[in-house]
Design a protein around this ligand. Structure first.
Ligand code: BES
Ligand code: MN
Ligand code: ZN
Length: 492
């Protein structure tokens, strides 16, 4: 998507887009003599300007012929940021395969500040994202036509705000979606790392540990998961040092299970293909690093991804096996399908021992139970620290990546004690997301502030929304980006 900001309407053919907040149609005044016919057409469609509603009609074009007019409702009383994102997203949803290649949206009279103007661009670009690489038989009618959006009437500074603040986020979210969408024969641990190598050019330091290096560090929990796969695991470490020298970093740790068959505790066939996106936490973390580096955030950030494939095999770990984690704690592996927490345990230990972060936030598609609790509307937030929980909830509200806080408690911790090792990797079925979080908590060392985000219900969507189509959502990138801005950069 080509996005431009301009002072006036360009020459040539384009669809004109105007936004209307509820029943007040003052923003259509510029239509001049065409206004009565447009009003009549909108009334005939029962268009009332509700949020994300839209109506299309054709009006006479200046130089003869017809012009598509898309009128988008932004609702009464929406905040400028929300109205702007609804508008941008709706433009792309309506025009993507419409036959129209260029649209001009006139923001005159919307009362949008520079940020809101830039967010029209952000939402339009995000909603137009698709992954068509393997669809070689698309007919012309199925292919996107919409390729260019010109924004006029925006507040001064909107273009700069887009380029410096929101285009980086768009690029980070797109990168995450691509990793999540790619199948597991294409994205396996080594391939995931390969796709991230280009981020060195953004000034990110990149370090990679292979299976051998991890054996040297005693990462028995992560390696136990990886041992059933012919794909060698990787630990990917990225550093962005945009903050002050010597300032302890914030660490984001991602679950990167590039495919989760369940291992010997194998999953049912039905729906197993969706486990290609069991690396959605890792993908969110690297997409956020891209955004943070591209916008040159003034913060020290570390990203660590535990990348493994969970497969059943003659060499796979068995239920009942006891493994020793890098922390020295031993784990009885009751269920090989509870593999994410094993991967995170060693990744979190590595993060703390090597980078002494002041905060660790892990993101993981960890449990089916969180999807039972929160559906596809909220990710689960687990954090013993009220202040950190509050900062993450604030970032959630501001970014649109919605979280709902869940409990942690000693009573749940007891449920993962093992008779043969320090702990077992599963508790009872009840409270399954909480015992998973309690398991991870056992690897948090000497008072490090920590939060766990169980995003199993959020990385993939069966239905389109304002800023995404069906498929990979990119959940977590905007959340991390906002958290870094509000809780790390502004706090400094
Ligand atoms: N990757 C899954 C969690 C998951 C399930 C994500 C469904 C998205 C949709 C995870 O590794 C897993 O298998 N968890 C088990 C844990 C259980 C064995 C304690 C689960 O949730 O069933
Ligand atoms: Mn699993
Ligand atoms: Zn998994």
């Amino acid at each position: 998507m080509q996005i431009r900001f301009a002072d006036s309407r360009p020459a040539g053919e384009f669809a004109l887009v105007l936004a209307v907040a509820g029943k007040n149609r003052a923003t259509l005044n510029g239509l001049g003599p065409q206004r009565p016919a447009v009003d009549a057409a909108l009334n005939r469609q029962r268009f009332e300007g509700e949020s994300a509603s839209s109506a299309e009609l054709f009006i006479p074009a200046d130089g003869g012929g017809v012009r598509r007019l898309l009128v988008v409702g932004t609702g009464e009383g929406s905040s400028p940021a929300d109205a702007a994102e609804k508008l941008g997203g709706t433009i792309s949803a309506r025009l993507l395969t419409s036959g129209e290649s260029h649209a001009v949206v006139d923001l005159t009279g919307q009362g949008f500040d520079a940020d809101a103007g830039a967010r029209v661009a952000l939402a339009s670009a995000l909603r137009a994202w698709r992954h068509d690489r393997y669809r070689t038989r698309l007919t012309d009618k199925q292919k996107p036509t919409f390729a260019e959006l010109t924004i006029i009437g925006a507040a001064a500074g909107a273009q700069e705000r887009w380029e410096q603040r929101w285009r980086p986020v768009y690029e980070g979210v797109s990168f995450t979606r691509e990793l999540v969408t790619e199948p597991a024969n294409i994205i396996y641990p080594e391939a995931f790392v390969e796709r991230c190598q280009g981020m060195r050019d953004l000034g990110i330091e990149l370090e990679v540990l292979d299976g051998k290096a991890m054996r040297g560090l005693g990462m028995g929990a992560l390696l136990g998961v990886a041992q059933g796969s012919v794909r060698d695991p990787r630990l990917l470490v990225m550093r962005w040092n945009g903050g002050s020298d010597g300032e302890a970093p914030v660490a984001f740790v991602g679950k990167g299970v590039t495919f989760d068959t369940g291992g010997i505790s194998i999953k049912p066939a039905q729906g197993m293909e969706s486990m290609k996106w069991d690396m959605g936490g890792a993908a969110a973390v690297v997409g956020a690093m891209m955004a943070i580096a591209k916008r040159k955030a003034k913060a020290n950030v570390v990203a660590i991804c535990g990348l493994v494939e969970n497969m059943p095999d003659g060499n796979a770990q068995r239920p009942g096996d006891v493994v020793t984690s890098m922390s020295g704690q031993t784990i009885e592996v009751i269920n090989t399908d509870a593999e994410g927490r094993l991967v995170l345990a060693d990744a979190i230990t590595y993060a703390q021992r090597n980078y002494r972060p002041k905060i660790v936030v892990d993101l993981a598609t960890l449990t089916g139970a969180i999807v039972v609790s929160l559906g596809h509307e909220f990710g689960g937030l687990f954090a013993p620290d009220d202040e950190l929980a509050g900062q993450l909830l604030a970032a959630s509200a501001a970014s649109g990546d919605r979280l709902w806080r869940q409990p942690l408690d000693e009573a749940f911790d007891k449920l993962i004690d093992s008779p043969i090792a320090d702990m077992k990797n599963v508790g009872p079925r009840e409270g399954g997301s909480i015992t998973a979080a309690q398991f991870i908590k056992r690897f948090v060392e000497n008072g490090t502030r920590w939060a766990h985000l169980d995003i199993a219900g959020m990385v993939w969507s069966d239905k389109a929304d304002t800023t995404y189509d069906k498929g990979a959502t990119g959940f977590g990138v905007r959340l991390i980006d906002r958290f870094v801005e509000a809780a790390v950069e502004k706090a400094a």
